[in-house]
Design a protein around this ligand. Structure first.
Ligand SMILES: Cc1ncc(C[n+]2csc(CCOP(=O)(O)OP(=O)(O)O)c2C)c(N)n1
Ligand SMILES: CC(=O)[C@@H](O)[C@H](O)COP(=O)(O)O
Ligand SMILES: [Mg+2]
Length: 626
């Protein structure tokens, strides 16, 4: 029987002799690799923290003690050790366990995450609550070096350090974000400098004098003092100590005895402490060790070879086509610059970064900074294209308004992953961007019906003088041929794709082709005949056409992959109200006011009634109600 099968809670782990822990680590890795090979998932991040997770659950006692995982994509071992081994095969599937910590999934999941750099803030809140309630549990945040490039982490450290709450931050430093980590901090963190001296010195002293020898401890103390005396070096320790955190490290994040000893020691402290651990992303699975970016968030893969069975960014993906169109347009327009917030691969900007290295900027996980950085560039005549997942732009909302729209600056927001993204679930679905952006002054919002129109919309955006949001879905296009010549579209003009007698469908972006399919299906079945319009623009709407359709049919159906509240359909309703067009019946189809769960994209769209069959059924029922 596998040792892991005997661990239904951290208490079971605590009962094992230390000598058995390496076997637990080995079995955890085997389950994580096996599950990710079938389900996909965040393999490399989770493999990198197996020993750290074992050590944490050996020394601390969740759920009383609180562990907040930053992003939470690395928490698979945590889930396996906290009673979810039997359900782990449902990872990231509809109705399965989440790929991120979820409070309603386990009391051991102290806080819900998914977007980076929030863990220290949450942990600070948990620590303050503990103190107010007079409890004495420990509170920890585990944050990666990539997530440490997010400004919120410093806001939190500044506050936590000031309060000097009893809390522990564990910096999991694997020198990787999704891609190689970027930024001055990243270089700084890997510049162990005198810390390296102290680290090697500590290792030598320990091996020579034994761990428990007091002389060794005094020598270690001396080594630390030596480090402090190296005024010429400004080491990570000093940075975090400037924030009021006692710094410990760097230590080997795969050395279980060292981890256990360090955590046991720090557990006795009652101050703000940061432990800097060095880990290898993907440790224990060679394909992931060799390519931690590919295996950061990976689709199903062949266990033996590590060959990924269905990649995300296939040649026909919206992402890849966006990336190549941007390169084409940038070649003829030197004003074009591209910006990513630590996601060059996921946003398709790798080709651009290679072709125009001086015009490419990876700002780290810093979306707020990215927006205002783009605004700065735009004031000087450049055409910044900030390519970002829809859900990750949400944290920069005010900067979009305050720094871009109010100044009416020509910044382009290329919003990838708009609509349901699939197995990442509710934190990552791009379900809000239309509602967030369409009411901002000077903003244009558009969505292409397919991957070919995406090219033309990008050219349209680059030809405009103010802010533009261009949203498109995760995954492959509909398989249309790509025009070689990319030309701008007439702004604010929709496109009638088919005529009808009984009503008109205004479909936006990824809903256009399903709408066509549904209308055709209805007609084939002898049902109503519907006109279908590719709306193209949420702002400005094609006011003339929409008023004509309202007056002609008296019945309109709007379709969008966005929350209904404040979405495209809302904009149509507002227009009819504003123009005094009474009596038109409007059916709005889109996302409800509810969390959309995780699951394959097609399954979710069908669940939401946004697949062709679901659309046909809703449309027919609506038209029959007359
Ligand atoms: C606000 C936000 N932006 C971008 C992402 C996408 N993202 C997820 S994990 C990750 C890299 C995290 O790097 P690190 O914290 O070092 O963790 P590691 O994967 O190396 O363990 C990024 C950019 C996100 N989840 N949230
Ligand atoms: C954890 C995280 O936020 C990213 O890794 C995200 O899951 C990537 O999403 P894609 O798989 O759509 O690129
Ligand atoms: Mg990292």
């Amino acid at each position: 029987m596998a040792l892991l099968d005997t661990i239904d809670s951290p208490a079971d782990l605590k009962r094992l002799p230390v000598s058995r822990l390496p076997q637990v680590a080995e079995e955890l890795r085997r389950v994580i690799i096996q599950t990710c090979s079938t389900n996909g998932g965040h393999l490399a991040p989770s493999l990198g923290v197996v020993e750290l997770t074992i050590a944490l659950h050996r020394v601390f006692s969740t759920p009383e003690d609180k562990i907040v995982w930053d992003v939470g994509h690395q928490a698979y071992a945590h889930k396996l050790l906290t009673g979810r081994r039997d359900r782990f095969s449902t990872l990231r599937k509809l109705d399965g366990i989440s790929g991120f910590p979820k409070r309603d999934e386990s009391p051991h999941d102290a806080f819900e995450v998914g977007h980076a750099s929030t863990s220290i803030s949450a942990a600070t809140g948990l620590a303050a609550a503990r103190d107010l309630a007079g409890r004495r549990n420990k509170v920890l945040a585990v944050i990666g070096d990539g997530s440490m490039t997010g400004g919120m982490a410093y806001e939190a450290m500044n506050h936590a350090g000031h309060m000097n709450r009893d809390m522990i931050v564990i910096l999991n430093d694997n020198e990787m974000s999704i891609a190689e980590n970027v930024g001055a901090l990243s270089n700084f963190l890997t510049r162990t400098g005198s810390s390296e001296f102290v680290y090697r010195f500590k290792k030598n002293v320990e091996s020579f004098l034994g761990r428990k020898d007091t002389v060794g401890k005094n020598l270690l103390h001396l080594a630390k003092k030596l480090e402090d005396s190296f005024k010429g070096f400004f080491t990570p320790g000093m940075l975090f100590e400037a924030f009021g955190f006692e710094y410990i490290g760097p230590i080997d994040g795969h050395d279980l005895p060292m981890l256990l000893e360090t955590l046991e020691k720090v557990k006795k402290y009652h101050d703000a402490v940061l432990i800097h651990v060095l880990t290898k992303k993907g440790k224990g699975y060679k394909p992931a060790e060799d390519d931690p970016s590919l295996f950061h968030g990976v689709g199903p893969f062949d266990l033996e070879s590590g060959r990924v069975l269905k990649g995300k960014g296939g040649a026909a993906s919206y992402t890849a086509i966006f990336g190549s169109a941007l390169c084409k347009l940038a070649a003829d327009d030197e004003r074009v610059v591209a910006i990513t917030a630590a996601m060059p691969d996921g946003t398709g900007l790798i080709p651009f970064s290679r072709q125009f290295p001086k015009r490419f900027f990876d700002v780290g996980i810093a979306e707020q900074h990215a927006v205002t950085f783009a605004a700065g560039l735009a004031t000087q005549g450049f055409r910044p294209v900030f390519t970002v997942y829809s859900s990750f732009l949400q944290r920069a909302y005010d900067l979009v308004f305050h720094d871009v729209c109010l100044q009416n600056l020509p910044v382009i927001f290329a919003l990838d992953r708009a609509g349901v993204v699939g197995n990442d679930g509710p934190t990552h679905h791009g379900s809000l961007d239309i509602s967030l952006l369409r009411h901002l002054p000077n903003m244009t919002v558009m969505a292409p019906r397919d991957e070919n129109e995406l090219q033309h919309m990008l050219a349209t955006a680059l030809g405009m003088q103010g802010p533009v949001a261009l949203r498109y879905p995760r995954g492959n296009g509909v398989g249309v041929a790509l025009d070689q010549i990319i030309t701008p579209l007439p702004v604010g003009r929709a496109e009638v794709l088919r005529e009808g007698k009984d009503g008109a469908v205004l479909a936006l972006g990824s809903m256009v082709h399903p709408a066509l399919e549904a209308a055709l299906q209805l007609e084939r079945d002898g049902g109503p005949s519907l006109a279908v319009v590719n709306a193209r623009f949420v702002k400005p709407l094609d006011e003339e056409l929409i008023q004509f359709l309202a007056r002609t049919y008296g019945r309109l159906i709007t379709l969008e992959e966005n929350a209904l509240q404040g979405g495209f359909g809302s904009a149509v309703l507002e227009l009819l109200e504003e123009k005094g067009i009474r009596g038109t019946r409007v059916l709005r189809l889109g996302y409800p006011d509810a969390q959309i769960p995780q699951g394959d994209q097609g399954v979710l769209r069908a669940m939401l009634g946004l697949d062709p069959a679901g659309l046909a059924s809703s449309m027919e029922a609506f038209l029959r109600r007359d």
